[in-house]
Design a protein around this ligand. Structure first.
Ligand code: HEM
Length: 422
């Protein structure tokens, strides 16, 4: 017999949330074609207008919300990704814009509530930084609902994802030799990002310059402190993750440099900064973490295959082309070609992931959600073969519900998002 909590762990329960996020991705990509001035499938001008919020708050927001709810392991936590996912659905439907935006505000607020017990469980800088990021998501969604144009939302959208990822990496970096000073620096960077967003509402140029400086600092911190610098020398999955992470940090630095030097940039520089950040940094992070997080969320193996290198490589090559040839020289055709390449790389990654899951060696038990320790193992290259078995080996993750409110053991403290409850 399955109790209520058993339902929460079912793939069939969790998959619909992911599908709603996926709908946001597909609609966002379609809207991207419209923005590039290329033939597109469904959307009119309206959806093109919401490409940014749909991608950041709709697609990535729903996936992050789902993963946080899995980490929390309580039924109420799933209300957040549910509202967010319904917001995606409403945004792509014929309903008034405010319905979708309103649902997404509610979903992001729910996401903020989820951090309360997560922080109680693990009162660490890493979770505090992620909570700040979530606060920025709530602000972004509320400003969007209030009718603020997307360029004005940019620092909030950027802050949401950068702080969520910084907190995530901070957790894993703690496993290495992070000093309290390193953690304080990361916290300072997070506060600077939030401050920059506030300043941008009053003095846009100053706010974006400050944002650029904070992003440059974040890129430097991550490049120097992240375990990826060491794990890049390993093989298989850990190496793949490290390469994606390090490439992402370079793009984070590029976005920071554009805003730092140009303030609130427009035109091609706007496209360049936004996509260095959202495609080069964020989507590269998504690709890096998918083989680790997806098995935790869906309880299905997602083995790492060398084929993952193809979409990851394509993403960076086509993005470099879009920015260096298209945006830098104001060549429409090059922006379009690079943009189409970006879209193909994202879709190809999804296709490889589905293929990898469907062809994975089946096991009698669902794969465990990776704990921080198993994630750490995968990232640190402790597995002898990083390829072909990702997500199939037993992990040491926590199980259970309310009892998880107990103080975590030292070895559990590094785990919020990765320590998802299965
Ligand atoms: C996958 C391929 C993608 C393509 C081809 C694409 C294309 C575009 C284009 C052409 C613009 C308009 C730029 C301008 O006004 O100069 C744009 C804006 C934007 N994109 Fe993307 N994009 C992609 C992916 C993403 C992703 C993954 C995200 C976020 C996770 C994202 C977030 C944004 C944002 C926030 C804006 C600003 C929207 C606005 O000002 O209304 N994009 N995108």
């Amino acid at each position: 017999m399955t109790d209520g909590r058993g339902v929460l762990t079912r793939t069939s329960f969790r998959l619909p949330f992911l599908l709603l996020g996926g709908l946001g991705l597909l609609a966002g990509l379609d809207a991207a074609l419209a923005l590039l001035g290329l033939p597109h499938v469904l959307v009119g001008a309206r959806l093109a207008d919401v490409h940014g919020p749909l991608m950041v708050l709709g697609f990535v927001g729903t996936v992050i919300g789902l993963e946080r709810s899995v980490a929390l392991g309580r039924a109420w936590g799933y209300v957040a990704p549910a509202l967010n996912g319904l917001g995606v659905l409403a945004t792509v439907s014929v309903l008034p814009d405010t319905v979708g935006a309103g649902l997404i505000v509610a979903g992001q607020l729910g996401g903020l509530l989820v951090y309360r017990p997560l922080f109680a469980r693990q009162p660490a800088v890493a979770v505090a930084v992620q909570t700040l990021g979530q606060l920025m998501a709530v602000a972004a969604a509320a400003l969007w609902l209030g009718g603020v144009p997307v360029p004005g939302l940019m620092p909030w959208l950027v802050g949401y994802l950068v702080l969520t990822i910084l907190g995530e990496r901070l957790e894993l970096a703690r496993l290495g030799a992070l000093s309290p000073r390193d953690a304080t620096t990361a916290q300072g960077i997070a506060v600077a990002v939030l401050l920059a967003a506030v300043v941008s509402l009053l003095a846009p140029d100053a706010g974006f310059t400050l944002l650029g400086a904070a992003l440059l600092a974040a890129a430097l911190w991550l490049a120097v402190k992240d375990v990826a610098r060491h794990t890049v020398r390993s093989t298989g999955l850990p190496r793949f993750i490290a390469v994606c992470l390090l490439a992402g940090y370079v793009w984070l630095g590029v976005a920071g440099a554009v805003w730092f030097l140009g303030g609130q940039v427009e035109g091609r520089a706007y496209d360049a900064a936004a996509h260095a950040l959202f495609l080069g940094f964020v989507i590269s992070m998504v690709m890096a973490h998918a083989p680790v997080i997806m098995p935790a969320v869906l309880r299905r193996p997602l083995p790492y295959r060398r084929a993952f290198l193809v979409p990851a490589g394509l993403l960076h090559i086509t993005l470099a082309f879009r920015l260096a040839v298209g945006d830098a020289r104001d060549l429409e055709w090059a922006v379009q070609a690079g943009g189409v390449g970006n879209i193909v790389s994202v879709l190809l990654f999804v296709a490889v992931a589905i293929w990898s899951t469907l062809t994975a060696r089946t096991t009698t038990t669902a794969p465990p959600a990776p704990s921080s320790s198993s994630t750490r193992g995968q990232e640190s290259g402790s597995r002898r073969d990083g390829e072909g078995r990702g997500g199939e080996e037993p992990g040491s993750r926590r199980e259970g519900g309310p009892s998880r409110e107990r103080a975590p053991r030292r070895d559990e403290r590094v785990s919020t998002s990765y320590g998802a409850s299965s």
